[in-house]
Design a protein around this ligand. Structure first.
Ligand SMILES: Nc1ncnc2c1ncn2[C@@H]1O[C@H](COP(=O)(O)OP(=O)(O)OP(=O)(O)O)[C@@H](O)[C@H]1O
Length: 816
């Protein structure tokens, strides 16, 4: 046999349902009567004893029709044995089963902090359906009890799971029944029944004569459980409480005198007395269940009458009992109905809310469906577009293929044209050689050509910090090209001017040489750039404006610069064909280390692509207002560059040299000053003490140069140079002049073409040029085998000291 706990657990489904549990406490006397009440009232049922005094134990009595005496003895023995076992083995919890075979014990329950909680918990855990327990506390333990007096009983009555049907017993009498129910409706009934207000009382029975009580045989427990009312009292109880019961039963004893009753007083279910031979027989009397036929009064003797009265009394009681029950049920149903109604209302509200939710979800769904439809439509449109673009892609691919083919053919044509171009240039050179005879081989006539890579390296990848100017003909970068400091002018590459034309123009310009014209060192046809010598002291514009805090130019220097510009212009204009500068202004007058001035960009307009009308293209013509002041009004009107235009610009430069003032409105100011004999007021005093007469003469000349009518302007050579020449000489001779030594004119051949400084150790190289020793040695040592000036192959690397030049330099230096 396995664990009894397991056994009970295993049988829970069917057996525990049918088991009558009896809660017994430590008061053995009290517990006995409760236990016997259960044994007597539920014969044939399995009875399980819950020993509820702490710690809580469970005992089970299995079914088996034990004679009450034997049972009594059996139970007492079991308890005692259990207690002994508990003492001996230190058991806290155990299950005891009493049955025909003997007793078994096993632990099933744990200790709780209160007995009543323990009872309720064990009911809940084991789903106990039927429970018998004491109704009174020890101090109230009496048969006269009319309501629940035990704290534990009240607690169990109120708190036990509703499915549990509980009989509360005191001294073998049923005091109160808490109706349990399995189904929901009955649960409601049970909960709604106030446990103590309207108890199903058995005191009526208690008032019946003992014989009569003895004669009341219980209904079969299985059939009486649902009704929850069973009026049973065992003979054992009566024996136990004979004295008390006799007192109570005396008033009705007379009624129960029945000749057929056996001496032990047992009445069978049908009302006929029967004597049972079994020593474990039970006395049972069944109350009239309503099916009994009413007894005829006539012809009845007293005994029959008594029996009838008794039967009627029992019947009446039963009916009253039924009526009470019905009333409880009605009340319970009413309560249930109210609750149902409110639940229904709530459910309706919930339904309404659900409906609204559903409606909302439907609306959302419709919205989403609409959006989905839109997306589908868009998808169709996009698919069409994709299809169209795929067609376009195919078309474009075809076009690209044909364009690539075209490009390849153009490249071929270009390569052919290059070859033709190179042949043409070669022919041109040959022709020039023929035309110029021996002069063609004069060193310096051939301009140097630089690759774009060289230009790029020279300008440090066109580093913005190396940019020194930005003009309408392009940006100017400072650079170090083949160890020479250079200025690189990046001309615009737009327009239709061919490379050949560009190279020719550059070559023509580079051939025009004058000490006061900037030297074109070379070109980079690839990037359409011109490479000039770099002049250390920047432009006249910057020096007049004392940019970077440079000191103002003395009047002697200014007069010399004016004469130098005049000289350069005369030279340009005398060229055949005439080369007008076309854009003369102070920013085009550059100053070398010795403040010798050199014009730059002379004739450069010939290198700029022409616009549609044959003019210089629009972008290159965009003069600023300040620049246009230097422009001949005729030129601004006709866009024709003439020598008179240069005269006009020269007049403006003269005015700036004299006054140092900005060009805008300068002409009017000077005219006004002369007219008001306030000329000295407009003279630039920062230039020193001007010789006033000479200065005023220059001012007159300047105003004449700026005549509107070009024919009225003076001739550069016959008029201006005639006046300027002597002025230049006197300014140089002006011994009192501060820093006059610096103003002297350095013969250009004293200057090293690489370092741009007066040479200290001049050496002649194989190309015939004289260089400063350090410059030419550095050049050759860095692996160069060509001339820095002509780029022609040097025949040898020998360097010969130029003693004659060295002597001339030293003599010149001693003069100052
Ligand atoms: N060879 C050079 N050596 C030193 N500085 C130079 C040289 N060439 C040009 N520059 C500097 O670059 C500046 C810009 O020159 P550029 O001739 O390009 O423009 P601009 O005279 O200011 O205007 P635009 O050409 O539009 O009339 C000059 O003013 C000068 O300061």
């Amino acid at each position: 046999m396995g664990s009894l706990v397991e056994e009970i657990e295993g049988e829970r489904e069917h057996d525990v349902e049918e088991t009558i549990f009896v809660a017994v406490g430590k008061n053995l006397e009290k517990s006995k009567t409760t236990l016997f009440w259960a044994v007597n009232n539920f014969p044939g049922k399995k009875i399980c004893v819950l020993h509820v005094h702490r710690p809580t134990h469970v005992l089970a009595l299995t079914k088996g029709k034990l004679a009450r005496n034997k049972l009594k003895q059996h139970a007492i023995d079991a308890f005692q044995k259990l207690e002994r076992q508990k003492m001996r083995e230190g058991l806290d919890e155990y299950l005891l089963i009493l049955d025909d075979a003997g007793l078994q014990a096993d632990a099933v329950w744990i200790e709780m902090d209160s007995v009543e909680n323990g009872i309720v918990e064990i009911i809940r855990q084991h789903s106990i359906r039927w429970l018998v327990m004491g109704a009174a506390a020890d101090k109230c333990y009496s048969m006269n009890l009319v309501e629940l007096q035990s704290k534990k009983a009240i607690f169990a009555c109120q708190e036990a799971p509703i499915s549990c049907h509980i009989w509360f017993v005191c001294k073998g009498c049923l005091i109160y029944t808490r109706i349990g129910s399995k189904d929901r409706t009955n649960k409601e009934i049970a909960t709604s029944s106030p446990p103590l207000e309207s108890p199903v009382r058995t005191d009526q029975l208690e008032l019946l004569p003992s014989e009569s009580v003895l004669g009341v045989r219980s209904l079969e427990p299985s059939s009486c459980f649902p009704q929850g009312i069973t009026l049973l009292q065992s003979c054992a109880d009566l024996e136990e409480n004979t004295d008390v019961m006799e007192e109570k039963l005396r008033p009705v004893a007379g009624y129960l005198e029945h000749p057929n009753l056996p001496s032990n007083g047992v009445v069978d279910t049908c009302g006929s007395s029967s004597s049972q031979t079994d020593e474990e027989e039970e006395y049972q009397v069944q109350a009239s269940n309503g099916t009994d036929q009413p007894l005829e009064l006539s012809g009845m003797d007293d005994h029959d009458l008594n029996r009838k009265v008794f039967a009627d009394t029992v019947k009446q009681w039963k009916e009253e009992n039924d009526a009470m029950e019905a009333e409880f049920q009605a009340k319970a149903f009413e309560c249930l109905h109210t609750k149902e109604m409110s639940r229904r209302k709530e459910a309706e509200k919930l339904l309404e809310r659900e409906k609204q939710e559903v409606q909302k979800m439907n609306d959302q769904r419709n919205e989403i469906m609409k959006e989905l439809q839109m997306v589908k439509d868009q998808r169709k449109v996009l698919e069409n577009q994709i299809a169209e673009s795929e067609g376009t892609v195919e078309e474009l691919e075809e076009k690209i293929i044909s364009a690539v083919e075209l490009l390849i053919s153009f490249r071929k044509q270009r390569d052919n044209m290059r070859i033709e171009h190179e042949n043409a240039i070669r022919k041109l050179k040959d022709l020039r050689k023929l035309v110029n005879g021996n002069n063609a081989t004069f060193p310096g006539t051939e301009i140097l050509k630089f690759s774009f890579l060289e230009i790029n390296n020279a300008t440090r990848n066109f580093d913005p910090s190396w940019k020194i100017g930005e003009g309408k003909y392009g940006s100017v970068y400072k650079g170090l090209l083949r160890h020479v400091h250079v200025a690189i002018k990046m001309l615009p590459s737009y327009g239709s001017q061919s490379l050949l034309v560009f190279e020719n123009e550059v070559e023509i310009l580079s051939r025009v040489r004058h000490p006061n014209l900037i030297t074109v060192i070379g070109t980079c046809p690839e990037s359409r750039s011109l490479v000039f010598e770099y002049l250390k002291n920047g432009s006249l514009e910057d020096r007049l404006a004392c940019k970077n805090n440079t000191p103002p130019l003395p009047w002697q220097t200014r007069i010399r610069i004016a004469s130098e510009i005049c000289s350069a212009l005369i030279f340009l204009h005398s060229n055949k064909p005439c080369i007008p500068h076309g854009n003369l202004k102070p920013s085009k007058v550059l100053l070398d280390a010795n403040f010798v001035s050199k014009l730059c960009d002379s004739g450069i307009y010939s290198l700029i692509p022409l616009g549609e009308n044959g003019d210089i293209s629009a972008s290159s013509c965009a003069e600023s207002k300040a620049d246009s002041v230097y422009m001949d009004p005729d030129y601004l009107e006709n866009r024709k560059v003439t020598r008179e235009s240069d005269v006009y610009s020269f007049g403006m430069i003269l005015l700036r040299l004299l006054t140092g003032r900005p060009a805008l409105g300068l002409l009017t100011d000077v005219k006004c000053a002369i007219e008001t004999e306030n000329f000295n007021m407009v003279l630039d005093r920062s230039a020193g003490d001007w010789p006033l007469e000479e200065a005023q003469l220059l001012a007159y000349l300047a105003i004449r140069c700026c005549e509107k009518e070009s024919m009225s302007r003076p001739d550069l050579e016959s008029e201006i140079w005639t006046a300027l020449g002597p002025m230049r000489e006197s300014s140089i001779n002006s011994a009192s002049c501060v820093g006059a030594k610096d103003l002297r004119r350095i013969p250009s051949h004293f200057v090293c073409p690489v370092f741009q400084e007066v040479m200290k150790d001049p050496l002649i190289a194989a190309d015939g040029f004289t260089y400063e020793a350090d410059a030419i040695r550095g050049w050759l040592n860095s692996g160069h085998d060509r001339s820095p000036m002509t780029n022609l192959q040097l025949e040898h690397c020998n360097l010969v000291p130029n003693y004659a030049l060295l002597q001339a330099i030293q003599e010149w230096q001693q003069q100052w």
